[in-house]
Design a protein around this ligand. Structure first.
Ligand code: SF4
Ligand code: SF4
Length: 499
């Protein structure tokens, strides 16, 4: 059937610069570029271009430019180009529209309407180059007060996990991303004193040595879950929901289930890996509690158990139940949370912004006097150290990043992860493509990112005149709102700038 979709991107090649090296031909995984031997010319099928910019970056003579196709439909606020194109696609395929990465719609990004405080005159700032600054964070249940005996601490502490930087790598399963990506994450987490997360695809034997810096997931499909997997980890995370697709299960197509992926997930090679939407043994807080304690029992009460949910309308009430069910860490994944594959209609229309979920969960747990019983970790669209600082001030103990980590590895957020053809070799299990991420280089890029953010966080803290992240945690007096309504300010628990 002839498609009615016009090309989204225009590929421009400066012929005076092009040396016909065919790098762009070989780098493109979407069959855009080809060499025409008769015309001695590189030609482009622009209708295939997804705007991933792999060819532009690797062209040795900078002969290429990829830009948006200026061709536009008649202006119409209701029937925007994206709406028209989605209808065309469905009229040609008759299926659910799939996409990758996170929600790209214009919902308000509250981080951009929150500003941080700084010291002036009365409370001097601190120079982080000369004074020690503390970013250390402990995750896990904390006692409300501690008692000492003559020999030391009398209060028995629940298992804690120490992070040198309050940023962890979020769940990305083997199969959704390549083993080289996971190795890059694991090595960077180990170097920077933080954690990476297996996602729901099990743990490849090659990565067991990074266990001390690993969070393992137990999701509805129970892929790759066995006693050794739980034993080796630092944190065990029960995944109930995901910000990119609240209420929806996972689907790794059989083509991505290679021999290694199948072995790690403990499923037959080439079969679709389907994670049911619900955990079939959890229909109540009591059921959740049973799984939390089963996992604590299985790991001899030596590690915190986290529970991850998507941020939805009643997150505060759910979080309260999760804490009472025994979760040591609450993970909230917001509207902007990314994924390897999700129905576009769900990704773009379901869930709530993480900033509002975090503020309401932190408030609720404080009101109920149970805030210390669990750490709160948030995920979903954290872009830089400014977002991290604001999240900590709003009440988070730490944050997860995923898209930012993949961008550090080369991802250009082209949203084609579900195709398995990622030109950057990230969201694929194709053995030829996965070589595009070298774990040595990947780990270095990720460590650099976290190092840069750590330095910036210290600058932010120093500017506020505080020398420990702990003093910022949940201290919303350090935040002010700009351009927000009274209701938004009230939910965020933040005062208007100028007041
Ligand atoms: S990579 Fe650049 S120089 Fe090489 S064939 Fe493509 S456009 Fe020409
Ligand atoms: S991981 Fe790859 S396919 Fe997915 S958005 Fe990034 S560059 Fe595109």
């Amino acid at each position: 059937m002839k498609t009615y979709l016009p090309p989204k991107f225009v590929v421009e090649r400066d012929d005076s610069r092009c040396i016909r090296c065919e790098v762009c031909v070989n780098q493109c995984t979407f069959d855009v570029n080809s060499y025409d031997i008769e015309d001695d010319e590189i030609k482009s099928r622009e209708e295939n271009c997804v705007g991933c910019h792999r060819c532009v970056v690797f062209c040795p003579t900078e002969a290429l430019t990829v830009r948006r196709n200026p061709l536009d439909y008649r202006e119409n606020y209701n029937w925007r180009p994206e709406v028209i194109e989605d209808i065309i696609k469905q009229s040609e395929t008759g299926g659910v529209l799939l996409t990758g990465m996170g929600n790209d719609k214009s919902y308000r990004i509250y981080w951009d309407h929150l500003v941080l405080n700084a010291s002036q005159v009365t409370n001097p700032s601190i120079d982080p180059l000369r004074e020690p600054m503390e970013l250390t964070t402990y995750l896990g249940q904390k006692p409300d007060r501690v008692e000492f005996s003559s020999v030391g601490l009398k209060t028995e502490l629940a298992p804690q996990v120490k992070l040198e930087v309050p940023v962890m790598f979020s769940a990305m399963s083997y199969g959704a991303v390549s083993l080289n990506v996971q190795e890059s994450l694991a090595r960077a987490a180990t170097e920077m004193g933080t954690l990476w997360n297996t996602g729901e695809g099990g743990l490849h034997p090659k990565l067991y040595k990074y266990g001390d810096n690993t969070t393992v997931q137990v999701a509805s499909g129970r892929f790759g879950v066995h006693p050794e997997y739980l034993d080796v980890a630092r944190i065990v995370e029960i995944k109930i929901g995901q910000g990119a697709k609240p209420g929806i299960g996972g689907h790794l197509p059989g083509e991505k289930v290679s021999a290694e992926v199948a072995m790690t997930r403990m499923i037959p090679r080439g079969t679709d890996a389907l994670s049911p939407a619900p955990q079939h043994d959890i229909y109540s807080i009591e059921d959740l509690s049973q799984l939390v304690y089963a996992l604590k029992e299985a790991t001899n009460y030596t590690k915190p158990v986290a529970v991850k949910i998507a941020a939805v309308h009643n997150s505060a009430a759910i979080a309260s139940g999760m804490v009472r069910a025994g979760a040591d860490i609450i993970v909230l994944d917001g509207l902007r949370g990314a994924t390897g594959a999700a129905p576009k209609i769900i990704r773009d229309n379901v869930g709530i912004p993480i900033e509002l979920a975090l503020a309401s969960v932190d408030d609720r747990l404080r009101q109920e006097g149970i805030r210390n019983q669990a750490s709160v970790v948030i995920a979903g669209g954290i872009r830089n150290s400014g977002d991290v600082a604001k999240a900590i001030a709003l009440g988070a103990d730490a944050v997860y990043i995923a898209t930012a980590a993949l961008v550090a590895l080369g991802c250009t957020v082209c949203q084609q992860c579900h195709t398995g053809k990622c030109a950057w070799g990230i969201c694929t299990t194709d053995l030829w493509l996965t070589k595009r991420v070298n774990p040595d280089i990947g780990a270095r890029r990720l460590s650099n990112l976290l190092r840069g953010w750590s330095l910036e966080l210290k600058d932010i803290l120093g500017g506020m005149g505080i020398n420990a992240l702990e003093s910022l945690r949940g201290n919303r007096l350090h935040l002010r709102g700009v351009g927000l309504t009274d209701t938004e300010l009230e939910i965020l628990g933040v005062r208007m700038a100028g007041s």
